[in-house]
Design a binder for this molecule. Structure first.
Ligand code: 56B
Length: 345
């Protein structure tokens, strides 16, 4: 069984046994319809969603001084090495970055902080050489610049570890080059995910559920996805553009719950509403059911509109973008999300 088949199969295994999370088929149909309408009216693709975010590097442009293929691939890998856990506990101050007169929090603050540093200090921070020896105070300087940030990014030391590991492994096995890593995957996104999981231990996002191994590989998959979204139209070609699953984070499940696709047991809901950090069984159920739900939404759209091009990655990007819109309109404030201090998502 291929790596991503294992992700899908294990998600289905958990879904069929889950005690705290269930799925609503009517809600799946209506979300399918809703996304289909968005796809039809806005002619969206993962490439367009990627390019529309002003913080992302774009092939053929020069954003934050990043334009060659190697630097673009490095930027994406750098971000996805530490693309996890941006929420703060109640007593903590929200990590915030000011960049080009705008205020950013969460994932976008990460991109803004890196871009700010690249613009003012140069792109050496993306290199394997630099990452191999990265210290906590250097990372602090990048992510919490004195006059343009506020609060503290969670899990700073874990982030240092992930980036150092990235530098060491890239140097040892991939000639220090993220582009080489991608080229050596011979046009397959699944191979990109496989290589990342095999060589970089901090991307091994797996769990045990009822005695069985369950696979998510959220950051490895989002890395392959972001490479595809950024470069898959012009600079690189991939033969398996639909192979990825959704990226099991803490925002997409929140939207799926708000829209009635995921229902939680009373106990779990109460824990989430109180902002409690939940147990692994419940965490695995939420993440696995999110993967299974997106697969069903995908089938729903394909069934009713066979001519629309759609993939789990596109649905994920749409749901995540919806989450960001709703968040900025404070529409998600009353919908709980699951809080786990983790390096995986
Ligand atoms: N499922 C899914 N999860 C995603 C992303 C992204 C960003 N993807 C870029 C790719 C294309 C676009 O240009 C996007 O900008 C981040 N996350 C997750 O969200 C959480 C942070 O949330 P908050 O604290 O509110 O900022 C955290 O777990 C983070 O890992 C995604 O696409 N899908």
């Amino acid at each position: 069984m291929s790596l991503l088949e294992r992700v899908r199969e294990s998600a289905e295994f958990v879904r069929s046994r889950a005690k705290h999370v269930s799925m609503d088929m009517e809600a799946i149909q209506s979300v399918g319809l809703r996304l289909k309408r968005i796809l039809e009216t806005r002619e969206l693709s993962v490439h367009k969603i990627w390019n529309d975010c002003p913080l992302n590097p774009v092939w053929g442009e020069n954003r934050a001084g990043i334009c060659c293929l190697e630097d673009i691939c490095r930027w994406i890998f750098w971000i996805d090495c530490i693309n996890f856990c941006f929420w703060q506990r109640e007593e903590e101050e929200k990590w915030t970055i000011w960049y080009k007169n705008k205020r950013y929090t969460g994932y976008f603050a990460l991109c803004a902080a890196l871009n700010l540093y690249l613009e003012t200090r140069g792109n050496y921070v993306l290199s394997a050489e630099f990452l191999k020896q990265l210290t906590a105070s250097q990372l602090k300087e990048i992510l919490m610049p004195e006059s343009q940030s506020q609060g503290v990014i969670p899990l700073l030391f874990e982030r240092v570890h992930c980036l150092r590991e990235a530098g060491c492994v890239l140097d040892e096995y991939f000639q220090g080059s993220v582009y080489y890593l991608i080229r050596s995957s011979h046009g397959s996104l699944e191979t990109v995910v496989d290589k990342v999981v095999q060589y970089f231990p901090s991307f091994r996002d797996e769990a045990i559920y009822e005695g069985q191994r369950v696979f998510f590989y959220k950051r490895a998959q989002i890395f392959a996805a972001d490479i595809f979204a950024c470069l898959g139209q012009e600079a690189l070609s991939f033969r398996d553009p639909c192979c990825l699953t959704m990226f099991a984070d803490y925002r997409v499940p929140q939207v799926l719950h708000k829209w009635g696709v995921l229902n939680y047991s009373d106990i779990l809901l109460a824990q989430l509403q109180q902002g409690m950090e939940i147990k692994e069984t419940e965490e695995v159920e939420i993440r696995a059911c999110s993967i299974a739900a997106v697969e069903m939404i995908l089938k729903e759209i394909q069934k009713t509109s066979p001519n629309i091009f759609v993939s789990s990655q596109l649905i994920d990007y749409l749901l995540w973008s919806e989450a960001m819109n709703m968040k900025s309109l404070t529409e998600l404030d009353k919908t709980p999300f699951h809080r786990v201090r983790t390096i995986f998502y």
